[in-house]
Design a protein around this ligand. Structure first.
Ligand code: RAM
Length: 359
C-alpha cells in the first residue's frame, strides 16, 4: 500500500516499503459519482470534473494550534499547493488546542470572505456553528488531520484511515514490549476527534488474540502541551510501576514523553512509541530511548487539503462519494464515503531511516 510519491523519497522507497506497517486505505472508493452529498450538507449542483481551478482563491489554514511544528509543516505544504493554483494563502490559529479556541478565527475568516477554510478540529462539535455560518457565507470547508461531524464540512482529508493508525500503533508497541505487559496511552486533548477515533480502535485492536497479554491500564491527556505531556508521563510511571510501554499518538506528547524518559531511570526499559515528527524524535531514537515510531507526511497532508479546497471552490467536486480531483504532484484522488479523502499509509521511522527525513 505504500506509495513512494507520498514522501518524495526516490531511491529510499524500497527500503521503506519493508518498514511500513498497517493496512490503511489508499484514497477512497472508485465508485462513480453517486450524486449524494456524503460529506457536507451544503454541496449543491453537479460536480464538473473539467472545470478549471479558479485563480485568486483565498484559502485559509486554521490548525489545532499554531505553535506545533507538525502544523507548521502541514500548513507549509498547504501554502505550496495554494501557490501552485495561484491562490492567496493565509494561516491563523490559536496557541492552545482547546475545544472552542477556533471559533473566533472561523468567524473572522468568514467575514474576510475566504473561499476555502481548511481546518483541523479540536472538537467534533464546537466549531460546527461557526463553520456552518462560513459555509452559508460562501466558503468551502475542508477538515484535515482531525474532523468535525461530517455535516459541518464538505471534505475531510484523512492522513491514514483510523483503523490503519490503530493497527500500526498497537503493532509497534507489541513488538517493542515483547507482546506482553501493561501499557498506557498518552493522548492530546480529551476532545480531539482524531485522537479519540484512534484510541477507540486501538482498544478494539488490543482485543485480538495476539495481543491478549497486553493490558491497557489508562489513557492520559497531555493536551498537546509540552509541559503537561511531560508531567503526565512522569505521573504514569509513578502510578503504574509495572508499566512496560506507552503509546503517544501525538507529535507533542510523544516528544515530551521521550524527553522525560531519556532523562530518567526508565530510559530504554519502558518502551515508547507513537506518532512523532522525525526532527523532534531524532535525538531520542539515537540515544536509545525510542526504538520506532510512525507518521505520515504532514506537508503532503496540507498540500492535499489545499487542492481539495481549490477543487471544491472551483466546482470540480462537491464532496460527493466518487468525485475525483487532481492534487498536483500527489496525483489523482477519489472522494470516499462521508466525504473522506485518504492520503495514504504511515511510515515507520527508526535508527536506520530517520536521517532521511527532515520535518
Ligand atoms: C499532534 C496533533 C495532530 C496529530 C499529530 C499526530 O500534532 O494532535 O492532530 O495528528 O499530533
Amino acid at each position: 500500500m505504500f506509495t513512494s510519491r507520498r514522501l518524495r523519497l526516490g531511491a529510499t522507497a524500497l527500503t521503506l516499503t519493508a518498514l511500513v506497517l498497517g493496512s490503511a486505505g489508499c484514497g477512497g472508493t472508485t465508485r462513480e459519482n453517486s450524486g449524494t452529498d456524503a460529506g457536507g450538507a451544503q454541496a449543491s449542483g453537479a460536480a464538473n470534473p473539467d472545470a478549471p481551478i479558479k485563480e485568486g482563491l483565498k484559502i485559509a489554514f486554521l490548525p489545532k494550534q499554531v505553535n506545533n511544528p507538525y502544523f507548521t509543516t502541514a500548513d507549509n505544504g498547504g501554502k505550496e499547493a495554494v501557490t501552485e493554483v495561484k491562490g492567496e494563502f493565509k494561516e491563523v490559529g490559536p496557541s492552545e488546542a482547546s475545544a472552542s479556541s477556533q471559533v473566533s478565527y472561523i468567524n473572522t475568516l468568514s467575514q474576510q470572505g475566504m473561499d476555502v477554510i481548511v481546518t483541523s478540529a479540536n472538537d467534533p462539535n464546537a466549531i460546527c456553528g461557526a463553520l456552518n455560518q462560513a459555509k452559508a457565507a460562501g466558503a468551502k470547508i475542508v477538515t484535515f488531520d482531525s474532523d468535525t461531524k461530517p455535516e459541518c464540512r464538505q471534505i475531510f482529508v484523512n492522513q491514514v484511515t483510523a483503523q490503519g493508525i490503530a493497527e500500526n500503533q498497537v503493532k509497534l508497541i507489541s513488538e517493542q514490549i515483547g507482546g506482553e505487559g501493561e501499557i498506557a496511552i498518552l493522548s492530546a486533548t480529551a476532545n480531539a476527534t482524531n485522537q479519540n477515533a484512534w484510541i477507540e480502535l486501538m482498544k478494539q485492536e488490543l482485543k485480538k488474540p495476539e495481543y491478549s497479554k497486553i493490558k491497557l491500564v489508562t489513557v492520559a491527556y497531555g493536551n498537546d502541551d509540552d509541559q503537561k505531556s511531560f508531567q503526565e508521563t512522569q505521573g504514569l510511571l509513578q502510578s503504574y510501576p509495572n508499566l512496560k510501554g506507552i503509546i503517544s499518538p501525538t507529535t507533542v506528547g510523544v516528544a515530551a514523553a521521550a524527553r522525560y524518559l531519556s532523562g530518567s531511570q526508565y530510559k530504554g526499559k519502558v518502551k515508547l512509541t507513537g506518532l512523532g515528527t522525525p526532527n523532534q524524535m531524532r535525538e531520542y531514537v539515537k540515544d536509545g530511548t525510542v526504538d520506532a515510531f510512525a507518521l505520515w507526511s504532514p506537508a503532503d497532508l496540507g498540500y492535499l487539503a489545499a487542492y481539495a479546497g481549490a477543487a471544491l471552490a472551483s466546482g470540480q467536486i462537491t464532496g460527493a462519494e466518487g468525485d475525483k480531483f487532481k492534487a498536483g504532484k500527489l496525483g489523482e484522488f477519489t472522494v470516499g464515503k462521508d466525504g473522506v479523502v485518504v492520503l495514504g499509509p504511515p511510515t515507520v521511522f527508526d535508527k536506520n531511516n530517520i536521517d532521511q527525513f527532515q520535518f
